[in-house]
Design a protein around this ligand. Sequence first.
Ligand code: CP
Ligand code: NVA
Length: 305
Amino acid sequence: MRHFLSLKDFTADDLWPVLNRAKDLKATRRRGHRLSTLSGCVFAMLFEKPSTRTRVSFEVGIKELGGDVVFLSAQEVGLGKREAVKDVARTLSRYVYGVIIRTFDQAHLVEFAEYSSVPVVNALTDMFHPCQALSDVFTIWERFPILEDVRVGFIGDGNNVLHSLMFASAIFGFSLRVFTPRNHRPSPVVMRDAEAIGVKNWGRKTISLVDSLEGLGALDVVYTDVWVSMGQESQHDRKIKDFKGFQLTSDVVKRLGSPLVMHCLPAHRGEEIADDVIDGPNSIVFDQAENRLHVQKALLEWLWG
Ligand code: CP
Ligand code: NVA
């Protein structure tokens, strides 16, 4: 039995079959074919934070593969509050084939998985967003078939989305140059682990932290995400000040050599990204959103196959 808690736990050999299957599933869906690979399988989705893309893409994906879902919000379960994490894990394991969890603390997710007798998928924690990063690799691969030649830049907050993208870089070999305010750099532990995986796989550090826009050099892809993540609302005013000068504007995109523009969404327009960039010709943000569906279907088949 496999859990999907962080990309760190997987190799390119593990994950390429998922990406290849996602490509097939995308084509199959366009031809209007329906599948039954998860027929009779009911999943629990336990979401303690809001979601549009993750919730809908998982629910639709599971149903398109013949399965079904039970959705549980924070009010229903109260993970670690109404009931101990391990008791929820052992209870849900008796009912469902797998549990897809969006929560705050990565440690809660890890504890849940420890006590669960069915696979557990990380649908975002404060620390990681592996489903997003794996789908983003697929989106980049659609445009650039040789991943190890791709230059990706990330501008913004050293957050969950960046952390998973760092492991994706180390696993798949694309270079990732990261430009954040000094006090919002990614976790040093993630940096150390991702660098070590990159060196092991590719004989080089795939990730670099830079101190200026110029340090990013010419890019194939520029990625940004919100400055204020879910759960950080009380830090809004301070973070807006800290991130002054980090907005992805059309001028910045031009200075980076007009790369493709990625954003996991939801976007805070006018904060980390300007309207004319997210709506502009280089933006592939809705391809990213669509690909969550195909990649997660492949992931589910792989975990439960
Ligand atoms: N990108 C992403 O995970 O979006 P949601 O928060 O809407 O699920
Ligand atoms: N960093 C964002 C990602 C949302 C998909 C957050 O955690 O709110």
